[in-house]
Design a protein around this ligand. Structure first.
Ligand code: URP
Ligand code: ZN
Ligand code: ZN
Length: 477
């Protein structure tokens, strides 16, 4: 009997720190040996000189999340995790979303039912706190954090989700007390509503006006306000889906002052632009997401933030709505005004290939930065490290064997989600995972999905070190 269930031989492993030629020994779903020329292994996988990376951790994606407008997310935990693993991602963290007037615990129970028996890879949940009642802040949220739901998202916009500043302060104080990580969607809701009213009056309702209604200033102001509220409470926060220069400037300014402000960006802000929203025949709707994609100069600012360390996390923000059919982008009609078009773009499968190709192959970031942004940092910041997000003794054997030279154009027909389009159709990328392992099981190989529905396990999260306060805040003294 070999001491290893599996040996991956002949690869170059990359972590957030190192790139080194090394074999990997796997037993019981975990990495148990790293070394040169490892012998044995009931199964041997020849990496053939390719890269072996930690499986991606997608810290921001939406699967089977109930919506309030009659639309339906096209991906559930089966198709969403299938798409994820085909793109080299082995852990996903979607959102259990509270509805206003309803219990947060009930949202979590419902979300478990949606994942049970379907997920192909491991998953944790973020919470969405939409109704900051005394019951939620005093009882439900602290209890859920103790149960392993240690991160949650709050919104500064969207009528059915938004919290005002006073509520945000209350929520941040709970996060401080319980050591949870707060993700903030930062856009100024009143400015968006004011601009939208005027655009509608002028008949400017096509998809391209989505970007006009949510200009950079709207995101910049809210980002600064989120930072200020976090500073007052003295709690770390993570600003999600940052889209351009002015928000980056606010975050960089806060980080330079020593505030613990983390930041996330996504593929759409690197390769899509506001011009995509102007495509004819309602095609622009395919790229409607919030904040909206911006312009080339803003894309460059996001690259500078990725290379310079402003961003810790690179997520997909996969929000899967079909283009055709009655329950996706056209839920309010074939030519609906932009404000009635469901927000979000799909991208859980293309997240890693786009960043690898445009970033690593394009010479903008290092391979170690790629690993940190896509796997190690989200695992650490959301309390899943050291089990997920790295290649280390004792870590789960969640791995992507990556062909750094495979060149292909992204085609929706080749993807594995349940969405009928990709906003990245035709984008040439270099690099794609050829084999994905989840807890030592080969789940993607030779162009085939090999995982059984329900094999994915729920991961309770630790309270992240990043969320631990350093002493008492001024308002507590
Ligand atoms: O447009 C987006 N980003 N849709 C998904 C929901 C969110 O705010 O992340
Ligand atoms: Zn958001
Ligand atoms: Zn999102």
């Amino acid at each position: 009997m070999s001491e290893f269930d599996t040996v991956i031989a002949g690869g170059t492993i990359a972590t957030a720190a190192d790139v080194v030629k090394c074999d990997i020994g796997i037993s019981g779903g975990r990495i148990v040996a790293l070394g040169e020329k490892l012998a044995g292994g009931a199964r041997r996988i020849d990496a053939g000189g390719r890269l072996v990376l930690p499986g991606g951790v997608d810290g921001h994606c939406h699967f089977d999340q109930p919506t309030g407008d009659g639309s339906v997310m096209a991906d559930d935990f089966l198709t969403g995790t299938r798409s994820a693993l085909c793109g080299g991602t082995t852990t996903i963290i979607p959102f259990a979303a509270q509805q206003k007037g309803k219990s947060l615990r009930a949202a979590v129970q419902d979300y478990h039912r949606r994942a049970d028996g379907k997920a192909l890879i491991d998953y944790a949940f973020h919470l969405i706190v939409a109704d900051a009642t005394e019951q939620v802040l005093g009882q439900e949220l602290p209890a859920l954090i103790k149960d392993g739901y240690t991160s949650f998202k709050i919104y500064m916009t969207y009528d059915d989700l938004k919290l005002d500043d006073r509520q945000i302060l209350d929520v941040l104080a709970v996060a401080r007390g319980e050591q949870a990580m707060v993700m903030i969607h930062a856009e100024n809701t009143d400015c968006i509503a004011w601009l939208t009213e005027r655009l509608e009056r002028a008949g400017k309702t096509g998809p391209r006006f989505h970007a006009v209604s949510r200009p950079m200033a709207v995101e910049r102001e809210a980002t600064h306000r989120a930072i200020t509220l976090a500073e007052l409470v003295d709690v770390p926060v993570l600003i999600v889906h940052v889209s351009g220069r002015e928000a980056v400037e606010q975050i960089r300014w806060a980080q330079a002052r020593g505030l613990k402000i983390f930041a996330e960006t996504c593929p759409q802000y690197l390769v899509l632009s506001e011009d995509d929203l102007g495509k004819p025949d309602f095609e622009g709707a395919k790229c409607i997401c919030s904040p909206p994609p911006r312009d080339k100069a803003n894309q460059q600012a996001i690259w500078d933030g990725l290379a310079g360390g402003v961003f810790q996390v690179f997520s997909s923000d996969h929000a899967p709505f079909r283009f055709d059919g009655p329950d996706g982008k056209r839920v309010a009609g074939a030519d609906a005004p932009y404000r009635k078009i469901p927000n979000g773009v799909p991208g859980v499968e293309t997240r890693l290939p786009i960043l690898f190709s445009e970033g690593v192959v394009g010479g903008r970031i290092t391979l170690q930065q790629f690993v940190a942004l896509t796997a190690s940092n989200p695992a650490r910041i959301y309390g899943l490290a050291p089990r997920k997000g790295s290649i280390a003794i004792g870590a789960d054997a969640d791995l992507a064997i990556w062909d750094p030279e495979r060149k292909a154009a992204i085609r929706n027909a080749d993807l594995h989600h349940n969405v009928d389009y990709t906003p990245y159709e035709g984008l040439q990328v270099t690099g794609w995972p050829v084999t994905t392992l989840s807890r030592g099981d080969v789940v993607w190989d030779g162009g085939k999905v090999l995982a059984q529905p329900g094999r994915g396990r729920f991961l309770p999260c630790e309270t992240p070190d990043a969320a631990k306060p350093a002493g008492r805040a001024a308002w507590q003294r």
